[in-house]
Design a protein around this ligand. Structure first.
Ligand code: PAF
Length: 287
């Protein structure tokens, strides 16, 4: 168990990281909004395994919440987060205030490229601009590093990768596999909001994805048919309000016309159970 150093100011964390990099050490960075779970812990583990120093940011970013979303209710537990960072060997925790990250207010949001347009981008129109804006600021603050992001937010990861490339930031984005409960539900800080009946239905997202991947594996080449297979499974959950089930190219997020053998695709689903919005995805390659 380590005891991470906590920094609340940009100047403080930058001075520490500059000194670290001056020794030739590599920096691993795990950006989070806190309320850490085993999914975040797996990102910290990946950073600790690959880099000399691991920094975790804990910052609930107001810019990525729409006015009707759960910013004020977003779960927070800084002491537990710190303990999690320590247990997993993180060296530094960056825990800034809103004014530290946005000293002159939010300013102009970062423009998100085409990968941020469909799916989450269509359902939550200002969300990716908020994510790209905060992550660009965090990347500038942390400096040259490897950044570890979870594949659960697969489209977010693509948006962040694109943003880092477009802005020429010296950051390599490393995608890490989704961590799941035993029944398949992808870990998420928002799972705490699920009522018991909703929690029982929540694994349907993963089951739908597996059914879609299975259809693909058995020779279905029409993306529309794969989507229909997923929707049929999702319909088994009486309280799920489906947002989308989709099959896209994992790099461009464009729906392929047909799925030729050897093609990599991503299957994604999103829906609402009660007040809780859930998303999930799996990757597959056509046989
Ligand atoms: O995935 C998250 O927790 C957030 O969107 C991120 C990347 C930390 C930006 O606020």
């Amino acid at each position: 168990m380590s005891h991470p150093e906590v920094f609340e100011t940009v100047a403080g964390v930058q001075a520490r990281l500059d000194a670290v990099r001056a020794t030739g050490a590599s920096v691993g960075f795990v950006p989070t909004m806190g309320y850490l779970h085993e999914g975040h812990a797996s990102l910290i583990d990946a950073a600790v395994a690959a880099d000399d120093l691991t920094v975790v940011s804990i910052f609930v970013n107001p810019l990525q919440f729409a006015p009707d979303e759960d910013l004020t209710e977003y779960p927070r537990d800084f002491e537990a987060d710190l303990a999690c960072c320590g247990e997993h060997g993180a060296d530094l925790v960056f825990h800034p205030s809103v004014s530290e990250v946005y000293p002159e207010g939010a300013g102009e949001p970062v423009v998100v490229g085409a990968v941020g347009g469909p799916l989450e981008g269509a359902s939550r129109p200002s969300h990716f601009a908020g994510v790209a804006t905060v992550v660009s600021r965090l990347f500038r603050i942390i400096g040259c590093c490897r950044a570890y992001l979870g594949e659960k937010d697969f489209q977010q990861m693509a948006v962040v990768r694109r943003m880092a490339a477009d802005l020429g930031l010296p950051v390599e984005v490393v995608g890490c596999p989704i961590v799941r409960e035993a029944d398949g539900l992808a870990l998420s800080s928002r799972n705490v909001y699920l009522e018991p009946g909703e929690r029982r239905q929540a694994p349907v997202l993963h089951r739908a994805l597996l059914a879609g991947a299975e259809a693909l594996a058995t020779g279905v080449v029409d993306p529309g048919v794969v989507v229909a297979v997923m929707e049929a499974v999702l319909n088994e959950a009486p309280d799920l309000v489906l947002d989308y089930a989709a099959v896209v190219d994992p790099d461009t997020f464009v729906v392929p016309e047909g799925i030729a053998g050897g093609t990599r695709i991503r299957l994604l689903v999103a829906g609402r159970l009660g007040h809780t919005r859930l998303i999930d995805n799996v990757g597959a390659t056509a046989p």
